[in-house]
Design a protein around this ligand. Structure first.
Ligand SMILES: C[S@@+](CC[C@H](N)C(=O)[O-])C[C@H]1O[C@@H](n2cnc3c(N)ncnc32)[C@H](O)[C@@H]1O
Length: 257
């Protein structure tokens, strides 16, 4: 399978609904202000207090940052995500502090801010090098990326072996792909590693995951295969709900301009 195929399936609306639910859950379980990413953004702001939140999602970081007096440009291509983001902006009366740009990064406009950050977004980009270069062009003080260290699509390994035995398992860009890429661009970034031990949210509800996987595997019209997939997912749910370790790298550097 082409590496690009999972991107269009993952970015379709049914998966965005699952992802938006997970992000809302995460924001309600952990106070975003206590996260290392939020603190990194705050610590690098200067007099202007401006930041670009690339792939802002439901606003997990944009909303608390704006409440703390930061002027945010929130770039978010998904209608599903923006629905939640815009509702929170209205609820918190933040329309003068958050400018929403409904677009993929890099954007057409010339944007400038002290800090730009992208939390779990660059793995969806078709051109990560240009993604990073555009961050550098828009930022005066600090560029910050949060990325997975452990493969988020790792759960696909067993499913792939059964349904697509001769094809490579889809994989997302992770820290080990990204850091060498940054080095090649001449960027020597600081890295903080964060470790979370908690059940996987992705596998918690097989009924929600089945459509995404059926799209990826192109088996939607085959009831026998759909049944087989469902059985596998139910078995995997029990395993996925056990505690497991998820590590994140916060990568941060001063733009070279
Ligand atoms: C896993 S969510 C993370 C959301 C948010 N940054 C957070 O940490 O809560 C990924 C987000 O990136 C957005 N996205 C995907 N590709 C993008 C791109 N090229 N430019 C900007 N956003 C993108 C998706 O629409 C989605 O909202």
């Amino acid at each position: 399978m082409e590496q690009n195929d999972w991107r269009s399936s993952v970015l379709n609306s049914s998966f965005m609904k699952i992802m938006a639910d997970n992000l809302n859950k995460s924001a309600s379980e952990t106070d975003p202000k206590t996260t290392p990413l939020y603190q990194a953004v705050i610590s690098h702001l200067d007099g202007d207090r401006t930041a670009i939140d690339i792939g802002a999602g439901v606003g997990r970081l944009a909303i608390p940052l704006a409440l703390a007096g930061v002027k945010i440009t929130a770039v978010e291509p998904s209608n599903e995500m923006r629905k939640h983001l815009v509702a929170s902006i209205e609820k918190e009366k933040l329309s003068s502090s958050i400018n929403v740009i409904p677009s993929l990064w890099p954007v057409q406009q010339d944007l400038h801010a002290e800090v730009s950050f992208a939390s779990f977004v660059i793995q969806f980009s078709r051109d990560p090098v240009e993604f990073v270069r555009a961050m550098e062009r828009s930022t005066s003080r600090r560029c910050i990326l949060s990325v997975h260290i452990d493969q988020p699509l790792g759960f696909l390994k067993d499913v792939w072996r059964v349904f697509r035995p001769s094809e490579a398992v889809p994989a997302m860009l992770t820290f080990s792909d990204l850091y060498p890429m940054l080095l090649k661009e001449g960027i020597i970034a600081d890295v903080t590693i964060i470790r979370e031990d908690r059940p996987s949210r992705t596998m918690a509800d097989p009924d929600k995951m089945i459509n995404l996987l059926a799209d990826l595997l192109a088996i939607k019209d085959n009831p026998g295969e759909m049944q087989r997939l469902k059985k596998m997912l139910i078995e995997k749910r029990d395993h996925g709900l056990q505690q497991h370790v998820m590590r994140t790298a916060i990568i941060s550097w001063e733009p070279q301009r």
